[in-house]
Ligand binder design. Structure first.
Ligand code: CA2
Length: 152
């Protein structure tokens, strides 16, 4: 049996606080809930996931660099670094992997400074506004794309 494709799921600053404050914006699920749901859906889809969260830009860059050649895709919610980080953008471009950017909230309905994401330039697609379900949608998108590329 072929080994399962591996997807790195990265969450940026403050997302470790999910479920504790501002549920009207970010939902009631904790990061542990989201990661458990991703692990379960990934198993159904024949994928393996590695989930990591950091409040540090450098740590996120290090994990993206390490994913090159080891992972088959990246799902990333860069949190506030979406709106500031050329370093994370560059790391994602270097990774040469399919990347899906996820935001829990619809960043386009929020303050103007959240409307632009540096990360989107490296992303194949962006999912925002669907809450925790966005991560599952991202996994499903990568699974069908990986299956298509294996068939080709
Ligand atoms: O909507 C998203 O997923 C965001 O990436 C979340 C970031 C925000 O800076 C982006 O503009 C959009 C913030 C994450 C903060 O998470 C919190 C968790 C619990 C309580 C308060 C904030």
């Amino acid at each position: 049996m072929a080994t399962a494709a591996k997807i790195l799921i990265l969450n940026g600053p403050n997302l470790n606080m999910l479920g504790m404050r501002q549920p009207e914006i970010y939902g009631a699920a904790t990061l542990a809930d989201i990661e458990a749901a991703c692990e379960s859906r990934a198993t159904d889809l024949g994928l393996a996931v590695e989930c990591r969260q950091s409040n540090s830009e450098g740590e996120l860059v290090g994990w993206i660099q390490a994913a090159r050649g080891r992972m088959q895709g990246i799902i990333i919610n860069p949190g506030a670094y979406s709106h500031t980080s050329v370093a994370i953008l560059d790391a994602l471009l270097i990774a040469e992997l399919p990347i899906v950017e996820v935001h829990l909230s619809n960043i386009h309905q929020r303050e103007e400074f959240r409307h632009h994401s540096y990360i989107s330039k490296a992303a194949q697609g962006v999912i925002c506004g669907f809450g925790a379900r966005g991560y599952i949608m991202a996994l499903e998108a990568l699974a069908s794309q990986l299956a298509e590329s294996q068939d080709a």
